[in-house]
Design a protein around this ligand. Structure first.
Ligand code: SF4
Length: 353
């Protein structure tokens, strides 16, 4: 295995909400004891339902927010203890693409200013060189040089996300994190942006971390996937291994929740009942035990830790479960959001005889 460019150890983030003269504040455990090693040059995906803590984890990894506990090491430097000045200098190497390309671009700035801003901060290019560089970057992301003179509102959602990508690339990053970079876009445009990110990753020698709630989007993009549930990583594996040999009951439920619009597909989703527990009052032991069909007494008592080499799973009983190659039935066109699929799946599971 190649060297890790980014390492997280014991990463935790707790948020305090409410509280006052007569009430105690509520503690939300958004991220709870996450260990990760992101390898140089890979595409690493973090997936899970809404509210599982994946976006908070992404922000912690780039120190856009400070952790409550734990460390993040980038290229040998501990980001969590880096002075603000050093962190600012490092920002050019660590870039973030936000989910919503509609709100992340200043409507009063031209594309030239938006993409040129990081060049002003992080490079010593002359005005003329900056102008040329902006146009070169726009071409790289599939836009035209003359687009530099326009404003964000003149572009479609897909084109705006391309502008966001050009802006992220302007500072010469080594690591790029996309927080649901395609989920706000039409399905027809999603594949274009995914392909663009893959091409740019090779061209610019990037390491890519993609946050997603839709497993089908990242299947053909990610080298490895971490599955999160209630702030914890419950399974981590190479992408095809995860799809063809999912071990954790939650991963199995997520995968089998993806309906396949193929006539005659009679695959039965793994059973998953109940709602996601509140992160303010998470279950004891394995946090998934309130919804898991395989839960036993130990599951409510002891928190399982991630174990295994390469393919890692946090479950007391994964070795007792029969194999499940759920990925094979997913090789078909798909549509709809993961939440909708999850809802459909739950409805189907509840009405099952
Ligand atoms: Fe289910 Fe127990 Fe495994 Fe948790 S540890 S996923 S409750 S079997």
């Amino acid at each position: 295995m190649r060297d890790a460019i980014l390492t997280a150890r014991g990463l935790e983030k707790r948020f305090e909400t409410g509280g006052g003269l007569l009430s105690v504040p509520t503690i939300i455990h958004a991220v709870n004891g996450v260990d990760l090693d992101i390898v140089q040059g890979e595409t690493f995906a973090i997936v899970g339902e809404s509210g599982c803590g994946k976006s908070t984890l992404a922000r912690l990894l780039l120190r856009l927010i400070d952790p409550s506990a734990g460390t993040v090491t980038y290229d040998g430097r501990d980001l969590t203890s880096l002075p603000a000045g050093d962190m600012r200098a490092l920002r050019s190497e660590l870039q973030f693409i936000f989910q919503d390309p509609f709100s992340s671009l200043n409507p009063r700035m031209t594309v030239e200013t938006i993409v040129g801003e990081p060049l002003m901060v992080h490079s010593r290019l002359s005005r003329r060189e900056r102008r040329d560089k902006v146009r070169e970057l726009l071409t790289k992301v599939g836009l035209r040089p003359e687009h530099a003179d326009r404003y964000p509102h003149e572009f479609s959602g897909g084109q705006r996300q391309r502008i966001c990508v050009a802006r992220a690339l302007a500072s010469g990053p080594k690591l790029l994190i996309g927080d649901e970079p395609v989920s706000a876009l039409d399905v027809s445009v999603q594949a274009q942006i995914v392909n663009l990110l893959e091409d740019l990753k090779d061209d610019f020698g990037l390491t890519l971390i993609v946050i997603a709630h839709d497993l089908s989007v990242i299947r053909h993009m990610a080298d490895r996937i971490a599955v999160m549930y209630l702030g914890e990583v419950v399974e981590l594996a190479a992408t095809e291994d995860l799809f063809t040999n999912p071990r954790h009951p939650y991963t199995r439920a997520l995968l089998s929740a993806i309906p396949v619009p193929v006539p005659g597909d009679r695959a039965r989703p793994a059973h998953l009942g109940g709602d996601i527990p509140s992160p303010a009052n998470p279950p004891s032991g394995c946090k998934f035990h309130t919804r898991c069909p395989h839960a036993t007494e130990i599951c409510a008592r002891e928190r399982p830790v991630l174990t295994g080499e390469g393919h890692r799973t946090a479950c007391h009983h994964w070795q007792d479960l029969p194999p499940a190659d759920i990925g094979a039935r997913l090789d078909a066109p798909r549509s709809g959001t993961a939440e909708r699929r999850f809802a459909l799946y739950r409805a189907a599971a509840e009405t099952r005889p």
